[in-house]
Design a protein around this ligand. Structure first.
Ligand code: GTP
Ligand code: MG
Length: 494
């Protein structure tokens, strides 16, 4: 496209100049009244340039008209005919520059929808009104052109919700018009990704989160208002892994304390009271004592620790060891080794009769310790063991060995499995390996089990001690604080 600016004393002269210099195909882009005359901006090849810039839109329209049917095809055809007619009339009037110019403009205007009389240049009007009409027409024309362009772009982005399925099928089955480059770059938009819906969904999610937070804040505030001390205690006890069922009545006795530290100390003291502990009854009373419990919790090791203590306290003659663990050679060897080191006799039994015989054999011993194989409730040898141990006329005290590292469900299962043996109490092993004691303490309180010993290492006989409630509770607090500090250090919030 070639654009030129012309200056003349009036519009008529200016148009003559345009026609003379740019030829009959020139188009007036703008005209202004300036001091001493008029200024006209004209261009050649304007139509081609315009057609070229309209090309993607026309292609889109072409494909759209195919889908909408015959009437659009007819109107497009009519427009083409009109355009051809305009060119013919331009040629026939090429001798007269004024007519020529009028036709040029008229053709362009009609092609782009400027059909109103007021939009067209009329050479019979005076120069100034002609110039302003021409300027308005050009501006309006450009505005409409740009509007159409942006409307076309919008049409391409927005999916067509009104398409019925059959219409969509028809569209698909039709020969596809070449897709303009601009259109190809748009992603295939699905309904679920419709931007407005996505934005609304996100907005709703935000509102829901806000609402939930507000409601929980209100609940928390209410609780805090009721008793800030109780709220703080609840948070700490939960952190220690204790069950709610065991501390509700404790807090009822502490919530009137003004000072949190006093309430905290009082709550811990009350908790300690709930932990039932025995005396060093095995060593003081003696008798026949069996160690039962899940696999690998430390039954044999704990038995050896107690046997060693008995040896130290009352001599090697006062104690004997029996094992029902005759399935595994290693287990058998383990207890025999302990016997050899401690110079304590060991017998292996496999049924009720052999147990009776062994007990008769060790009748002169102050303490007889029975080791059992750890097994699950699904093990068929479990019944055999139970029959062997649970006899009215054999006086055996059964102690359940529990590991502090076990989950509360494992602890509860073990208690349920061995409670038919009328447990005299329990021993808690592996305190040194536990990350938290809340679960084991909650479980023994709930089942009202007497804790006799606790162990905190593998060394025989050093790593065993008579259970003390305050020791268990303070260890639980220490473990929790320690874990918190480690977490804070790890997250950098210390
Ligand atoms: N850290 C630590 N390890 C322990 C403790 N008590 C026992 N152990 C170790 O736990 C492992 C299993 O101990 P055992 O005494 O064989 O356990 P058990 O219950 O007799 O095992 P089964 O006879 O197979 O059911 C051994 O490696 C012990 O050294 C303890 O208090 N702390
Ligand atoms: Mg064992």
């Amino acid at each position: 496209m070639k654009i030129r600016r012309f200056f003349a004393k009036d519009m008529r002269t200016a148009l003559s100049q345009v026609s003379a210099e740019l030829g009959s195909e020139a188009a007036i882009l703008s005209s202004n009244k300036v001091s001493g005359g008029v200024e006209v901006v004209a261009a050649t090849d304007y139509e081609e340039a315009l057609e070229h810039s309209r090309q993607p839109l026309s292609s889109t329209r072409g494909s759209a008209s195919q889908t909408t049917g015959q009437s659009t095809e007819q109107s497009t055809g009519a427009a083409q005919n009109q355009s051809a007619h305009n060119r013919l009339s331009n040629n026939s009037l090429s001798q007269n520059p004024i007519h020529n110019q009028t036709s040029v403009h008229q053709g362009t205007a009609e092609q782009h929808g400027l059909n109103r009389q007021s939009d067209l240049y009329n050479p019979l009007q005076d120069d100034s009104s002609a110039a302003s009409t021409l300027a308005n027409a050009t501006t309006n024309h450009l505005k409409r052109f740009l509007n159409k362009q942006s409307a076309g772009a919008k049409q391409r982005v927005t999916p067509e919700p009104s398409y019925s399925e059959s219409e969509q099928t028809n569209v698909k089955s039709m020969p596809q018009a070449p897709i303009p480059e601009q259109q190809q770059s748009f992603p295939n938009i699905e309904w679920s990704q419709e931007p407005t819906l996505v934005a609304m969904r996100e907005e709703l999610n935000l509102l829901r989160n806000l609402l939930e937070e507000q409601v929980s804040q209100i609940a928390w505030d209410k609780q805090s208002q009721a008793s800030p001390v109780k709220v703080a205690l609840t948070r700490e006890f939960k952190r220690m892994g204790l069950n709610e069922s065991i501390y509700n009545d404790i807090f009822a006795q502490c919530e009137n304390e003004r000072d949190y530290e006093c309430a905290w100390q009082k709550a811990l003291a009350l908790l300690s009271k709930k932990v039932m502990v025995g005396e060093d009854e095995i060593l003081t009373r003696g008798g026949v004592v069996a160690f039962v419990g899940p696999t690998g919790v430390g039954k044999t090791t704990t038995l050896a620790k107690i046997a060693a203590k008995q040896v130290v306290k009352h001599g090697a003659d006062s104690v004997a060891m029996i094992t029902t663990d005759n399935f595994r050679i290693a287990a058998h060897e383990q207890i025999r080794t302990f016997g050899r080191i401690l110079q304590v006799p060991v017998r292996m039994v496999d049924d009720e009769q052999s147990l009776r015989d062994a007990l008769n054999h060790f009748a002169d011993k102050k303490l007889v310790l029975i080791d059992t194989a750890g097994m699950s409730q699904h093990d068929e040898r479990m019944n055999q063991l139970m029959q062997c141990l649970a006899h009215d006329n054999i006086n055996i005290q059964h102690y359940l060995v529990l590991s502090a590292t076990s989950q509360s469900s494992v602890l509860k299962d073990a208690i349920k499995l061995f409670s038919p043996l009328q447990l005299s109490g329990c021993m808690i092993t592996k305190l040194d390996e536990a990350a938290s004691l809340g679960e084991v303490i909650s479980t023994i309180i709930e089942h009202q089990l007497n804790v006799i010993y606790t162990t905190d290492g593998q060394r025989v006989p050093e790593d065993i001690r008579v259970a003390r409630a305050h020791h268990l509770v303070s260890k639980m607090v220490w473990l929790t604080r320690n874990r918190q500090q480690t977490e804070q250090l790890a997250t950098g919030t210390h």
